[in-house]
Design a protein around this ligand. Structure first.
Ligand SMILES: CC(C)(COP(=O)(O)OP(=O)(O)OC[C@H]1O[C@@H](n2cnc3c(N)ncnc32)[C@H](O)[C@@H]1OP(=O)(O)O)[C@@H](O)C(=O)NCCC(=O)NCCS
Length: 148
């Protein structure tokens, strides 16, 4: 498996992956495109095929934030999400690393916990009856500065 920064050439494959997972990608297209341009989108490749994707940005209180993490269902439980998280961690500029998932999303909770994230509160009223659980990990700073 190879992890690399996505380029616009990867956009169709990432949208295909998102379509497989969430159906309509209209909401996601602009986010994915701008994240690629900003160098914030990663892809995981197996035999040249995009099997996973992630976005690290600073839209959550200016903190390092996983905005998207997706793995093709046929390639799960092979450490792909873990590898994407590890690479994102290496891109973090400051020690506070956050993400979130629904209370109902046990695979995602297990994945974040396996990578050392701990629960850090929750937000109600995003999805009806399915609170958003915030996850946090304190990581070593890279000394690259920034306020995030
Ligand atoms: C959550 C998701 C990204 C995990 O991807 P993955 O590549 O299968 O995860 P990994 O293989 O790195 O799993 C790492 C560890 O997390 C835990 N884990 C992952 N999926 C699990 C599951 N379904 N059940 C129990 N534990 C799980 C395990 O401890 C696993 O290690 P192991 O396989 O050695 O036991 C994937 O299921 C997915 O794309 N889901 C849909 C989108 C999503 O929910 N995104 C994240 C939040 S919005």
């Amino acid at each position: 498996m190879k992890i690399k920064k996505a380029t616009l050439k990867d956009l169709p494959a990432i949208l295909e992956l998102e379509a497989m997972l969430v159906g309509n990608t209209e909401d996601h297209t602009d986010l994915i495109k701008s994240s690629i341009t900003a160098g914030e989108c990663l892809v995981a490749l197996i035999d040249g095929k995009v099997v996973g994707a992630s976005i690290l940005n600073y839209t959550f209180y200016y903190k390092n934030w996983i905005d998207l993490l997706s793995v093709n269902p046929e390639y799960r439980r092979r450490g792909i999400a873990t590898a994407l998280i590890k690479r994102m961690e290496s891109m973090c500029k400051t020690p506070k690393f956050f993400t979130s998932t629904n209370e109902s999303n046990i695979p995602a909770q297990k994945t974040y916990e396996a990578s050392g994230f701990v629960r850090s509160g929750y937000i109600e009223n995003l999805d009806e009856g399915d609170p958003e659980i915030i996850y946090f990990k304190r990581i070593g700073g890279t000394g690259r500065g920034g306020r995030r």
